[in-house]
Structures are given as C-alpha cells and as structure tokens.
Write a protein that binds this ligand. Sequence first.
Ligand SMILES: [Fe+2]
Length: 385
Amino acid sequence: MTLSATFTLNWPGDALFGAGRVDQLGDVLATRGQNAALIVTDAGVEAAGLLGRVTSALDRAGVAHDAYTGVNPNPTTANVREAREMWQAGSYDALIALGGGSSIDTAKGAMAEILTGEEAFASFQRDVDKSDRAVPPFYALPTTSGTGSECSLGAVLKSPERKFVIRGRLLQPTTVVMDPELTLSLPRGMTACTGFDAFAHAIGAFTNNQVNPIADELALASMRLSIQHLRTAVEEPSNLDARAGVMMSSYLGGFCIGQKGVDGIHGLCTPVESVASTVHGQVLSTLLPHVLRYNFETLSGRYALAARRLGLTASDDDREACEAIYDAALDLASLTEAPATLADYGLERSQIPRLTEMALLSQATQRNGRDMPAENITKLYEAMI
Ligand SMILES: [Fe+2]
C-alpha cells in the first residue's frame, strides 16, 4: 500500500456486529436516553417476524415505538413523504430503519426531508449537510446483505419521473446493528442478488479513478468475504457463518462507496432501472462482464492486482490475472440467474440514446477507472442489448 497520495477518510458511526445483537437494541436506545422510536420497514419484514423481534427488544427496555411499514421494493418519494409525515406527527427521538436497502434508503430520504424542509427530490440537487437543524439519532438494521446502505452516505429513490440518488454525511446511519440472524429467512434469489451488489460495489470502488488506499484495502476485504461466503449463503440459507460473512462484505462495500463511490457498472445500471422494472443485482450481473472487458483494455494492472491480492491467481501476467478475477466475478454473477441481455428486460435499441444520456450524468460513470465518453457508453449498451 502506498500512502503518498492525498485522500480523506470519513469513518461511519458505531457498528454492533454479531448474532443476537438485535436483542440489545432497546438497551442501547435506553442507555442513550432515547424513549420513542419510529421504525421504517416493509410488510415483508413484518411478515417474517423481524419487526416483532425489534419491537420486543424495545419493549423490554421501555422504549415506545411506532412503525411505518409501507416501503416499496424500489422505494418511492411517496414512501419517503409518508414516513417523514409520520415522524413529524409524533414526538420521536430515534429513527430506526429495519430492512433491506429500500427501508434504509426511505429512512434516509425522510431524514433529508426532516433536515432540509424540502421534498427529497429537491435534496437531490442540494447539499443536505448544510442543514443546521437537529439530526435525529439514526439506526440501521439491515435484513439483507448487499446494498451497503447501512454504511453509505447515499440513498437511491424513485420519483414518478426517474431514479435519483441523494447523498450526505448527515444521512449516514449513526449506529448500525448487523445481526446475521436477521438475514436467515432471506430467500435464495434475494440473497444472491443483494450479495452480488456488494461485490459490484467493492470491485467498482477498488478500480475507479478515486484515490483512497484505505478504502481499497477494505474493498479487497469485502471482495474476499463475498468470494468466500456468498455461494454458501445462497446454497445453505441457515449457515450463520456464511450469512455473517456476506453481511460484513455488504457493510465494507458500503464503506467503500462512501469513500470512493463506485464505477461504470453502477453508472450504466441506474438508467436501465429508470426505464424498466428490474432487480438491481440482476442488472449488475448482466452489465458486469461488458464493463470488465471494457476496463481491462486500459486497467489490466489494477484488476490483476486485485486478483493476486485475493489469492485468485499466482500469475505475473496481467492478462491472465484479469481472467482470474473475471471468472470469480462471473461465478458470483451466475448466482443471480440474471437474463443475458438488456432485451430480456424489455429494453429496445431505440432507448439506447436516452440510456446513454442518463448514464453520462451519473457520478459512478464519471468515476469509472477508464473514461466512458458517450460513444463508448452507446457501444456498450449496444453490445448488451
Ligand atoms: Fe448497488
């Protein structure tokens, strides 16, 4: 590792990791003098009994609570508004996001609205961190492993017009409770798709054009955990050790997004998600091989370094080492059982100019390790369709 570069580290807040930690949540709030919590979650999490486990923990410590359970799988600005209105109608002193990225992102959107007094979509163009309003304590309890939203500064939301991302230090959960027991009931497909997202975050952060050697080390740790544990977590859902490994890979991936952002894999993914109803991890799986091949043209040394550090190859030849990480990435991608082409998602060639236009606006695209001018993005989409 070289530390001759200039870079910034923004460490996330507290993290409580391990099986059974969710049962301590009430005590954590009570110790901090927090007496009433609003929980943001979805109906699936409630039906799986996970909301009940959280409310039991709060009850035992005498912490009052209500829950907003209306979060959609692709969270909308309407979800955000409803959660924020519920917060403002009560007198809560802690916000708890319980669920996958969708619940955590909805809570972040509500936090943005609480802090700015504006709709979340307006926050998209504003610096949330300039707010001088009091920041409520914000807990995140992930029930999926992959989005990294429990640790990242950003949230992906959907307005009636488009998907958009809001970001801010003040949107980052102040305490994360990572209890792998909360992920044991996650179905096979969701485990694969969310887990692959974490891998895409880590490989994107490691290879993009931002400089942060500490985040790079944690990106490697995240990728290593994905490679060690994701297949087992998919094939043996009750394997707590594998669930814990994938949970930590997600958290570390989220950390890396916060420090460096991601790359063109995500940059080209968001436009597809804006125009088609899709699963994030599947679209990433469809796009990843194309973007890796594109990046290998000028960044083979970087990918080869990752392959060697991950123990995937002993080869000194960069091209060979790139093939090793390509194979490892595609092995994980195959778990998502994603369609092979964008046409399989219902996209048509006539939509490529619009997709390209949207991809160019994305910070992820701009941070890709190899430049992605419009003509190259168009070519990539043409090869994917
Ligand atoms: Fe992602």
